[in-house]
Design a protein around this ligand. Sequence first.
Ligand SMILES: *Cc1c(COP(=O)(O)O)cnc(C)c1O
Length: 366
Amino acid sequence: MNNNPTVLEIKLSSIEHNLNFFRSKLQNSTKILAVVKASGYGSDAVRVAQFLEEQGVDYFAVAYTDEGISLRESGINIPILVLHPQLQNLDLLIRYNLEPNLYSKKIFLSFLKIASDSGVHAYPIHLKFNTGLNRLGFKASDVDFLFMHLKEQRSILVKSIFSHLVASEDENERKFTLEQIKKFQSIAASFESFLGFKPMMHMSNTSGILNYPEAHFDMVRLGLGLYGFTNDIQANLKLKNVLSLKSVISQIHEIEENESVGYNRGFISSKTTRTATIPLGHADGFFRSLGQGKVFVKVNGHKAPVIGNVCMDMIMIDVSDIICKEGDAVIIFDSQQEILEIAFQANTISYEILTAFGNRIKRVTQ
Ligand SMILES: *Cc1c(COP(=O)(O)O)cnc(C)c1O
């Protein structure tokens, strides 16, 4: 039960619009893997995944095994790739029909053993190659090792090989990115000649889809774009806003000149001031760095600056010039532009703002 009046609204029709925008950038045969890790980029992974399954996406990816289990338990049927499954969860993957990314010799051999012990046949796995990110993945020179172990067994089947772009959003790194794509293609070519068939290949995230059509291959991994953002201002204009954060006024104070508001007297009034207190704080992902007038929220259509220091559970805003009363609605943001402004003021990127919303905020899909 969550009766918190602070609510994150998730507009499914905008997700549909955004999905179709990216579809229009792809060949008909290119599959779409929707990335719903980290609660669907802070939204509601289950509801978003249920919706996207109806919209005909081909695959889901999550970061961790638990996230995949929660999707299966909510009735998701299409394949789910677990990007970072962790050694201690490998048996759970098979139990919940989740497809692991195997990225090192150690995790590969462990999963192969668990798969053969459990008697599965042609269990789908995915192999990730490191082409420059140096995060997770086999080296190109590990291909021989993989061949040797794949040859004489029937428990697992390489469904796809993939890699991840380092700087797909950065035009200045075009040369590096093209090099990554070439490395990946050469790994894929050696795979095909050995296996006698070509596993699916995928490499592109949201900005890879827009900037590197030559790296779409058989499938793309679409995350941030579904939720309304790219790293390209022009493309952003074509996407619809998915997330709106709304709250209410808990209390209004009339204060005299020279009074202070909030911890450490972060705001001192220079005149008679009317303040409103909102139930949203840094524990909810409204960063402390957003206090001191850095951002505005909206009350009855007017902008009200956040004043003083952000508390753990509350913020205070200046409503001196706004007609409003306790219980009135407050819009923290309801456009991509406002979310980007919040990210800018907090010295970060949209990804971090979206995934910072705490559990206390109620998610409502519409
Ligand atoms: C998170 C993630 C994605 C999605 O990236 P976006 O930029 O959000 O589209 C794709 N691939 C991998 C491996 C990821 O970890």
